[in-house]
Ligand binder design. Structure first.
Ligand code: ACM
Length: 540
């Protein structure tokens, strides 16, 4: 059943927004329920017209209405024949639905056979190219649920919508209705700093798994900093073995082996999440300098560092050995990483004179290009010659001087793209308010509403929406030491950033979002997430 016309590509017509649009949808749904339910047999259930208004991120189009589908022990998840990827999405969906439903749903790797009314179908449709890499359609009625997509990534995104349509408790009924959905931006990222405090692969998998429910598709790993080097590098083994051996506050730190890193990349890939590794240079390198005396201009290795100051360390720009180090590290990281980007940092290089910085970043960018990868760097690279095709990650504030923002706009005119992580919106380590523990406040307090209420397509003067790859929520960990700390700071603000990256501009409304977000509270609790119960959200 269709109450609205479908999506004409990712930037097609939007669902009605605002109170009148929602009212119209609710009225249509109420009128249609009795008609449809009459012919829908035992499984018919009245639609819950609000379920489709509780999805985060808000889909491009929703049309609630008609009888719902009740999952039971006979329900089968059928996936397109011959597609291991579709089957993999089905397996993850079955696992995700188990806690809420108590059902161990069977997955069948063919969508032929079965009856018309036997459950959930995940269908790849080679003719649905208009849905793009991540778009999907979902239809739920009395006979079952069908998700159709052009690509497996679209099936996975659609499966996350379906998860949110299944109540956390009570009868497992998917409300009747349709969704036609695709993202506004291709890059919807989350960064975690495992350098200031070490986090294990298991901890990061858990974080990623929670974010994937909200259609995040990039995991940026801040792998190196003054306080620790967290990834094994075969050609420079002391980086991890010595440089990984502490963290902020003097704890034992740690590092990931290559096998562990590959395991995380695989786990992310199953969720259609691209891993972006960051090796921060030429500043933020004390852990590397402490590991190899030869990387220092004076040939003397400093002690390891466990404080939280920034901007005091620099690679030795004049030494050729520095560039051998850079090439070796980036080659090994590139070999481990199937994704497009290598992030080379470039922020807060206050101990590197500007001319040296430009020299160094020029050569570091060439080392990335030599690996067949695309450069991603913090936006300070804008003033030092980004190579064509580079993506700049903006981390300024609303109050950042116009001249600095204009440098980013200038780089965009020369061909750069932008990922937006404004620190006073998207930095998850900023305190919500004065009472928040842990957290910092150099960018100000960032309440949930402030994190949400900005438009990435119109954020930087002179940077058109077409130059914006997307958004990224960044979890720095100077003060964030445990999973409980990370949960409190990231949730719920990361959901708001995820919605800014996915939902059409016309759907962005704080008044509607706070209700959608409130409905996620029990869902987050069921997933074991100790989120912050922000006072401006009417939590269930
Ligand atoms: C940064 O916050 N130094 C990128």
């Amino acid at each position: 059943m269709r109450l609205l016309s479908g999506l004409n590509g990712p930037r097609g017509p939007r669902r009605p927004s605002g109170p009148l649009g929602l009212l119209a949808l609710a009225v249509c749904a109420a009128l249609l329920v009795p008609v449809s339910a009459a012919g829908a047999g035992q499984r018919a259930r009245a639609a819950d017209p609000t379920a489709y208004d509780r999805i985060v991120p808000a889909p491009a189009h929703t049309a609630p209405g008609g009888p719902g589908y009740r999952l039971d022990a006979r329900t089968v998840i059928r996936t397109t024949a011959g597609s291991a990827a579709a089957r993999g999405v089905g397996e993850l969906l079955a696992r995700a639905l188990r806690p809420a439903t108590g059902l161990a749903l069977r997955v069948s790797g063919t969508d032929a056979g079965g009856s018309a009314a036997d459950g959930i179908r995940l269908r790849l449709d080679a003719r649905a190219a208009d849905q793009g890499e991540e778009g999907y359609r979902l239809r739920a009625d009395g006979t079952g649920v069908v998700i159709t997509a052009y690509r497996p990534a679209g099936l996975f995104r659609g499966a996350q919508t379906l998860r949110q349509l299944v109540p956390v408790t009570g009868r497992p009924v998917v409300a009747g209705g349709t969704v036609a959905d695709a993202p506004r931006f291709p890059y919807r990222g989350a960064m975690i700093d495992i350098a200031r405090h070490f986090f294990t692969v298991e901890q990061v998998k858990r974080y990623l798994d929670r974010l994937a429910l909200y259609k995040v598709n990039v995991l940026h790993l801040h792998l190196t900093d003054d306080q620790g080097w967290r990834l094994a590098v075969d050609s420079w083994p002391r980086l991890a073995e010595h440089g990984g051996g502490t963290e902020v506050g003097g704890g034992p730190g740690g590092y990931w082996t290559k096998a562990q890193y590959r395991d995380l990349v695989r786990y992310a890939g199953e969720r259609y999440v691209e891993v972006v590794p960051e090796i921060d240079m030429p500043g933020h390198v004390n852990a590397a300098l402490a590991s190899y005396a030869e990387l220092n201009c004076d040939g003397v290795a400093p002690a390891r560092y466990t404080g939280t100051k920034v901007g005091f360390s620099s690679l030795c720009v004049a030494k050729e050995r520095t560039y051998e180090f850079v090439a070796d590290v980036l080659r090994e990281v590139a070999e481990l990483t199937p994704g497009r980007y290598l992030h080379i940092g470039g922020d807060e290089a206050y101990a590197t004179p500007h001319a040296d910085y430009a020299t160094f970043m020029g050569r570091a960018q060439q080392a990335v290009v030599a690996q067949g990868k695309t450069v991603l760097a913090w936006h300070q690279l804008a003033g030092a010659g980004p190579v064509s095709g580079t993506a700049l990650q903006y981390w300024g504030l609303d109050r950042t001087p116009a001249a600095e923002k204009a440098k980013v706009a200038g780089a965009v005119r020369a061909g750069a793209k932008v990922v937006l992580s404004p620190a006073d919106r998207a930095y998850l380590d900023m305190k919500y308010d004065a009472a928040t523990r842990p957290g910092l406040s150099w960018a100000g307090y960032v309440p949930v509403r402030r994190a949400y209420e900005w438009d990435p397509g119109a954020y930087l003067a002179g940077v058109e929406e077409a130059a914006v790859l997307g958004v990224e929520a960044a979890l720095w960990t100077e003060t964030v030491a445990t999973t409980a700390d990370a949960d409190l700071m990231a949730f719920p603000r990361a959901l708001g950033i995820a919605e800014l990256g996915w939902s059409p501009a016309s759907a962005l409304s704080w008044d509607a979002y706070r209700l959608r977000l409130a409905a996620q509270g029990p869902r987050l609790t069921a997933l074991g997430v100790g989120y912050y119960r922000a006072p401006e959200v009417p939590w269930a």
